[in-house]
Design a protein around this ligand. Sequence first.
Ligand code: SAM
Length: 270
Amino acid sequence: MHSKKESLLKRWHSLKINPKACEKKWNHQYWNDNDGFRVVSCIKCPSFDSKQQLCGINYGTPLRKCVSSSIEAHFFNSQNKNILEVGFGRSNLAKNLINRSGGTWTGIDPKRPKNESATMGKSGYGHATHIPFADQTFDKIFGIQSVEHWRQNANSVLNPSSYQDCITEIHRALKPGGSIYLDAPIHFHGNEMFIMGDIDKIKSLFPDSHWKNIQIEKWREDYLPLERYTPSENEFEDWAVEITTYPENQITEARKNGVVWLIVITAEKI
Ligand SMILES: C[S@@+](CC[C@H](N)C(=O)[O-])C[C@H]1O[C@@H](n2cnc3c(N)ncnc32)[C@H](O)[C@@H]1O
C-alpha cells in the first residue's frame, strides 16, 4: 500500500515530467549488452543517486521505481506519434510524457465501462483482444504492468485470453514499422511464464515472421548496491493457481532465491 506521501510524490512526478529533462537523462546507452540482453544494473542506472546510494525515484516499490525510470527512458521522444496504451489503469506518467513531447496518447482498459468508447486522444473501454480501432492505426502500442495479467487465472480481469490472440490484435492495429513496449515483473505475479521468468517462452510470443528488432531489457536483476527485492509471500497463494506447467523444484528455487526484476520487451512490426 502507498503512503499518502508516496502517492503525492508519484503524482508530482507525473505532473512535472518533462521530455527535455528525460532526453538529457536517458539519451545514451544506459544498459550493458550481455548474452543478447540489455542489462540495466542499478549502479549504472541514470536514476541511481550515487551520493545517497539509493534510487533517485522517490516513491513506490523497487519495481515501480524501475517502471517509472523505464517510462522516462522510452517515451520522451514521441513527437507526431499516435500511441495506444493497453491496460492504462490509473497511471498518468507515460500519458503526460507522450502528450508533452508532441505525441497523441490514447488508452484502453477492460475495467472501463463498456459504453465509454475510446477515440483518438481519449481513453475508454477495450481489451488486448479487442482494440476498437482500424487496422494500422498506431505508431506504437504499449502496456505497463499489464501484459502479465492478460492470461492469468487467479483474480483474472474478465475473459483471460490467449497471448497469441492479444499479440495478433496488437499487430493488426499497428502501422507497418510500428513498435511495441511491454513491461512486466518477473518472479512476482500474473501468468506463470512471468512468475517463472521463462524468457524463451516470453520471446516466443513475438515470432520472427511478424516482428523484428526484438529487445529485452532487464532492470534491477543486477540490483547491487541496492537491496534484493524478494518474491512476495502475499502472492504465493496465486502462484499455486497460476503455475501448472513447471516442476516443483523450479518453483521452490524461485520462491527462495528469486530476485524480482522488471522485463521490458520492445519490438517492431514487420
Ligand atoms: C496492475 S494494473 C497496471 C495499471 C497501469 N498500467 C499502471 O502501471 O499502474 C493492470 C492493468 O491491466 C489491465 N488489463 C488486465 N487484463 C487486460 C487485458 N486482457 N487487456 C487489456 N488490459 C488488461 C487491468 O484492467 C489493469 O488496468
